[in-house]
Design a protein around this ligand. Structure first.
Ligand SMILES: NC(=O)c1ccc[n+]([C@@H]2O[C@H](COP(=O)([O-])OP(=O)(O)OC[C@H]3O[C@@H](n4cnc5c(N)ncnc54)[C@H](OP(=O)(O)O)[C@@H]3O)[C@@H](O)[C@H]2O)c1
Length: 217
C-alpha cells in the first residue's frame, strides 16, 4: 500500500484518521477548505504529525480518503481525483441538503457512493471508513493493533478488487480487519440507516450482517 495517506477534509473525521494513520507509521497529508496557512494551528492541536496541503494538491495522490460533508461536495473538483483510489468515507444524513447531482442520483435509488463514482469518474471509488465514529477511528484500531479476534471489522465496498485490496491493507494497518462487500452498490448497507453503522463488531459478525467476506493479511 501507499506509505503516504492523503485526506480531504480536516474536521472531526479527517483529523482522527490523520492521528490514527500517523500512529500506524504513514505520512499523512491533509487538506481542508481553508488554506494550509489557516489550517496549521488547527492541526497543531488535532493532528500534529500531519502536513497541511491545499485541497488542489491532492491531485496525483494514489490514495485519497474523502472526509468532506456531502453538502460541500460541489467544492471538490473532480479533476483533483483523476487516477486515484478514492475512499468515500462520507455519509448521507437525512435532511442534509446536498448538491443537485447527488440528490438526483439518490432519488434514482443509487447509494451515495455510486453517485460519487459517477461524479468523480476518473477515480476508483471505494466505500469505507464511513461507519466508524471519529472516536473509535482514533482509538479502537490502535488498541487492537496487535491482531487477534478482538480486532474490529470494517467494511470495504468496491467494484475493483485491486482498489479494494489497497483499502483493505490500509484498514489492516490502522488496526482493523477488512470485510469485503460484493461491489460498490453493496456498500449502501454501511450507511447511517443500516444495521452496522457505528456498531463495533468483529469481522465475522460484520461479514454475516453484510454478506461480505472476511479479509486480512
Ligand atoms: N465525525 C465522524 O465521526 C465521522 C466518521 C466517519 C465518517 N464521517 C463522515 O465524514 C464527513 C465529514 O464529517 P466530519 O464530522 O469530519 O465533518 P466536519 O467536522 O464538519 O469537517 C468537515 C471538513 O471538511 C472540510 N472541507 C469542506 N469542503 C472541503 C473541500 N472542498 N476540500 C477540502 N476540505 C473541505 C472542512 O474544511 P474547513 O475545516 O476549512 O472548514 C472541514 O475540515 C461526513 O460526511 C461524515 O458523515 C464522519
Amino acid at each position: 500500500m501507499s506509505e503516504t495517506l492523503t485526506i480531504l477534509g480536516a474536521g472531526r473525521a479527517g483529523t482522527a484518521l490523520a492521528r490514527a494513520a500517523a500512529s500506524a507509521g504513514l505520512d499523512v497529508r491533509i487538506a481542508a477548505s481553508r488554506p494550509p496557512s489557516a489550517l496549521r494551528l488547527h492541526l497543531a492541536q488535532y493532528a500534529p504529525r500531519a502536513t497541511a496541503v491545499r485541497a488542489a494538491e491532492v491531485a496525483g495522490a494514489p490514495l485519497v480518503v474523502l472526509m468532506v460533508p456531502q453538502e460541500d461536495l460541489d467544492s471538490v473538483d473532480p479533476a483533483w481525483l483523476d487516477g486515484t483510489v478514492l475512499v468515500d468515507a462520507s455519509n448521507r444524513w437525512e435532511g442534509e441538503p446536498v448538491p443537485a447531482w447527488l440528490q438526483s442520483g439518490l432519488d434514482a435509488g443509487q447509494s451515495s457512493s455510486e453517485v460519487l463514482a459517477a461524479r468523480f469518474a476518473g477515480a476508483t471509488v471505494v466505500k469505507a471508513l464511513n461507519h466508524v465514529s471519529h472516536w473509535d477511528l482514533d482509538t479502537a484500531g490502535r488498541r487492537l493493533a496487535t491482531g487477534g479476534p478482538d480486532r474490529r471489522g470494517l467494511g470495504v465496498a468496491a467494484d475493483s478488487a485491486q482498489a479494494a485490496a489497497v483499502v483493505g491493507h490500509l484498514l489492516f494497518d490502522l488496526g482493523f480487519d477488512p470485510v469485503f462487500l460484493p461491489g460498490l452498490a453493496a456498500g449502501q448497507i454501511l450507511e447511517p440507516d443500516g444495521p452496522v453503522f457505528n456498531r463495533p463488531m468483529s469481522a465475522a459478525d460484520l461479514a454475516h450482517l453484510t454478506g461480505g467476506t472476511v479479509g486480512g493479511d
